[in-house]
Design a protein around this ligand. Structure first.
Ligand code: B3K
Ligand code: ZN
Length: 885
């Protein structure tokens, strides 16, 4: 690493801030060329850090700012009293308590990073988390500095009729002679600056209201660009459901008189929970059945809830420092997962969440970027908004919930808010509240916060017919992670049941107990090796382990194929019924990959086909669940199970298996399709399940590419009302060389060219086509008039769709896909480091491939690390990816 490489920040170096800020008074003068920001701060020495009030220099964060003036208690400072660095403003000798006035200038129209104050569709908008506020004004930009804000905005009244900030509107002027108008907002709750927000522009809103449990009426508004008002109903309904759910399940009420959401087209991530003024990516607000899929609808519901839930878990109680990010994110993801489970099907939601964890978090946790949910260090904090901090973080909170039970968990949460409302705290404070409220010892459990890597459970069972006992031996281990060669045993909640030969659950009594404790229970696994002995077991049981995926671990158990089909058919735990099918499918497909490599003929086991047949023809089964159970393990998941990922082998074998299943079940798939295929009116309910099973059937049928299937598919594409069905059909045609493919793509674009979110789908579908010409097509789509590299959604759709969603084409053995990605990373690096960094992460797993591909990927990573003007974001990911394994 060269000398100029950006430096890491360590958790162990945390120190409280030397100064506190009590109030912030901001005035924004928004202009086309220059925007002026005046900031008046009330500061005082922090008694915790400077007990005698002893003054130390005040170092404020600031980036890309032009300082106009600086005054303390009304006196302009002399140049010798302060210094400006590239990322800071130091005042050498401030008093113990004082008013600071800072005036700065910035150019939001030139800000392509979409962090700080920037422009989107002609409007002004902010994004401050994690460290964007320092691009607006000089400040102590850290979450443990909490202040009360008053924000005044002045702007051209015609260009920017709507002016918004956090809290309540306290003053508004009419247009003056200069054509400008002014508003003032005041937020009564102290907050860290990352929750500050400002929006200005031409926006329309839909309005509703919500009466809280205690009888207060809250105004709810969703602001969108004109023309989008008719796409907000679902988001508004989701918001009201979230507010009710948080009152019912957590006893938490909303606290301001108004809650606003603004949807913008240019946004780096999904959404942002600014106090009273959430800013959203349009993708997670706008939804109508004709133009959004069922997945989009569920996404809107979950993200609206997630951001709303942050009002308590994140805003009222916030993070002491960014290492504690999972304090708010893991907890809030757990909350939104539970919200969605309560509203929709619990097993279907759990399966989807586990699939996501396995697809993204498990690879991260075993790669060069592996980190604990509470990282020890970072170079660029924006790189740590990861699936580990979010989704594994949620699993950790879920395990606490499992270990304490719903009631104990709620006691812990109540204590957490009682102790910490209005504070900036740590993950440890959260765990301590859980312990203190219940008396449960979570000291060993805390290792989930400090150790990286996915633990592995090796379980074996032994039945003793004479003693009628069943012994489970549980061994746990965890592979090394960067900087963590050795791991200590975890405290793992292992939920399980035992099935008798008829498939019924056996009452579970451990040998040390007098009476059985239910038929499904949670064991505390704490040792490297531990034995659990069950009594009164009448016959050799089949164990159902890790029910509901009770811990984020990899499970190894020597099931026979028959055990797995037995569990698929009989387990009372729906998640494990699905899991058994996946385990069997994985085993069979990996076997076929080996057969292919050895030149043996491919054949799919009859028993597996029969098991799928049973699922397809089980009328009692929930449709959405059946669709999940009939879906083969993904290519990505299969790859993870191999020491060296055989990209082509996996792709070919999975395609072969799909065809074999389709051929075997053709008649039943056709009748399923026909039974569910009605063009029914759209609803977000059980119809989602019907659509997913119907489209699954169509997918299998299309793998045969016979005339009947093609006719159904083309018919569906042309006639369906719901976008879910249109996109499913288009996605299937998209993988073919049929003449109907290009016609359908062209027609789709013509129909939807004025809807940016639908055009994103059009880009990503093409990027994910398995056709060999895909890379060439993606390259030419970069020049399509609808593609815009400054728009994150477009980048995620086209470049991300190809490099992250099309393994067989991205990993083409020519290395051309890698060169393409590196080119894009380098372009994006100069425009938007956060987006560039997300793209460069797609190289991180390069060591999992064969030598030839490794050499190609490594060369591209080296090229990136050696490039001039590399952002810390890209540098951190690329350099850590290259570090020795
Ligand atoms: N807290 C934001 C994420 C901010 C990301 C900054 N790079 C959205 C969320 O998790 O709810
Ligand atoms: Zn969040």
């Amino acid at each position: 690493m060269d000398k100029s490489a950006p430096k890491a920040i360590h958790l162990k170096d945390y120190a409280p801030p030397p100064y506190l800020i009590d109030t912030v008074d901001l005035t924004f003068d928004l202009g086309e060329e220059v925007t002026r920001v005046r900031s008046s701060l009330q500061l005082r020495a922090n008694p915790v850090r400077l007990p005698d009030g002893a003054p130390v220099p005040l170092v404020l964060d600031g980036q890309e700012l032009k300082l106009v003036s600086l005054a303390i208690d009304g006196r302009t400072l002399e140049p010798a009293e302060y210094a400006i660095g590239p990322e800071s403003l130091t005042i050498f000798d401030p008093p113990a308590a004082f008013a600071l006035e800072v005036e700065t200038e910035l150019k939001p129209q030139e800000n392509t990073s979409l962090e700080g104050l920037y422009r989107t569709s002609g409007n002004f908008c902010t994004q401050c988390e994690a460290e964007g506020f320092r691009k607006i004004t000089y400040f102590l930009d850290r979450p443990d500095v909490m202040a009360r804000y008053r924000t005044t905005i002045t702007a051209d009244a015609l260009k920017y009729p709507v002016l918004l900030s956090n809290g309540n509107l306290v003053a508004a002027s009419k247009m003056g002679h200069d054509g400008r108008h002014t508003v003032t907002w005041e937020d009564p709750f102290a907050k860290p600056c990352y929750l500050f927000a400002l929006v200005a522009g031409v926006l329309v809103h839909v309005e509703d209201s919500y009466v809280t449990r205690s009888g207060r009426t809250v105004t709810l508004r969703i602001y969108v660009e004109p023309g989008n008002q008719d796409k907000c109903d679902h988001a508004m309904r989701s918001l009201k459901k979230s507010m009710a759910w948080d009152e019912n399940v957590y006893g938490l009420e909303y606290d301001l008189d108004i809650f606003m959401i603004v949807a913008v087209g240019d946004f780096n991530m999904g959404a942002m929970e600014n106090k009273g003024l959430n800013v959203f990516n349009t993708k997670y607000i706008l939804a109508r059945p004709e133009s959004a899929t069922d997945t989009d609808f569920l996404g809107v519901e979950a993200v609206v809830a997630h951001e709303y839930f942050h009002n308590w878990t994140g805003n009222r109680v916030t993070c002491r420092d960014w290492f504690q990010l999972s304090l708010k994110e893991g907890l809030t993801v757990f909350r939104d997962q539970e919200f969605s489970s309560d509203l929709n099907s619990r097993p279907v939601k759990r399966i989807a969440d586990v699939q996501r964890l396995r697809a993204a978090q498990f690879p991260e946790d075993s790669g060069p970027m592996a980190h604990p949910i509470r990282p020890d260090s970072y170079i660029e904090i924006n790189n740590f908004y990861t699936t580990t901090v979010y989704e594994k973080g949620a699993e950790v909170v879920r395990m606490i919930h499992t270990l304490l039970g719903a009631e104990g968990y709620r006691k812990g949460i109540d204590l957490y808010f009682e102790r910490h409302d209005g504070q900036a705290v740590t993950c440890d404070d959260f765990v301590a509240a859980m312990e203190d409220a219940t008396g449960k010892d979570l000291s060993q459990f805390r290792r989930w916060y400090s150790q990286a890597g996915t633990p592995e459970l090796d379980i074996s069972g032994e039945y003793d017919g004479h003693g009628r006992t069943y012994r489970l031996t549980v061994r746990q281990s965890c592979p090394p992670s960067p900087g963590q060669p050795v791991k200590q045993p975890y405290h793992i909640p292992l939920a399980l049941g035992l099935l008798d030969p008829q498939g019924a659950d056996i009452p579970l009594r451990l040998k040390t107990e007098d009476v059985p404790k239910g038929t499904s229970r949670v064991l505390d696994v704490t040792e490297a090796e531990q034995v659990f002995e069950f009594a009164d077991v009448p016959a050799p049981p089949v164990p159902s382990l890790l029910r509901g995926f009770s811990a984020p671990v990899k499970l190894r158990m020597s099931y026979t194929d028959d055990d797995l089909t037995f569990l698929m058919a009989n387990d009372s735990d729906a998640f494990n019924r699905w899991e058994a099918g996946q385990t069997l499918g994985t085993r069979l497909l990996l076997g076929l990959v080996e057969d292919r490599a050895a030149g043996r003929p491919l054949e799919l086991s009859r028993g597996f086909l029969d098991a799928l047949d049973k699922i397809l023809n089980d009328p009692a089964l929930d449709h959405a669940f059946a669709a999940q159970a009939l879906t083969l393990p993904s290519e990505g998941y299969l790859g993870q199970q191999m020491p060296v990922i055989d990209v082509d082998g996996i792709h070919e074998v999975r395609g072969f298996a799909r065809k074999a299943i389709a051929a075997h079940l053709r008649d039943d798939l056709l009748s399923t399709y026909r039974a569910l295929g009605g063009n029914e009116p759209f609803a977000i309910d059980a119809a989602i399940g019907r659509r997913s099973l119907k489209n699954l059937a169509l997918g299998y049928l299309m793998s045969l590419e016979d005339a009947e299937a093609v006719e159904l598919c083309v018919g569906q594409f042309h006639n369906a009302h719901a976008m879910t069905d249109v996109i499913a059909a288009l996605g299937l045609l998209n993988d073919t060389h049929l003449p109907q493919r290009d016609a359908a793509l062209a027609r789709f674009y013509e129909t939807w060219k004025n809807e940016p979110l639908v055009v994103d789908k059009w880009f990503s579908i093409q990027a994910m086509s398995e056709r060999p010409e895909t890379l060439a097509e993606v390259r030419s789509l970069l020049n399509h008039p609808a593609f815009e590299i400054r728009n994150p959604n477009k980048v995620y759709a086209l470049i991300g769709g190809f490099a992250g969603g099309n393994a067989v084409r991205f990993h083409d053995s020519s290395g051309a896909g890698y060169e393409f990605l590196a080119d894009q990373v380098l372009t994006l690096n100069g425009l938007n480091p956060q987006v560039a960094s997300r793209m460069v992460k797609l190289f991180a797993r390069w060591r999992k491939y064969d030598d030839r591909r490794q050499a190609f990927m490594r060369a591209q990573l080296e090229r990136i690390v050696g490039a001039p003007n590399l952002s810390p974001d890209v540098f951190e990911i690329a350099s850590k990816s290259l570090q020795a394994a």
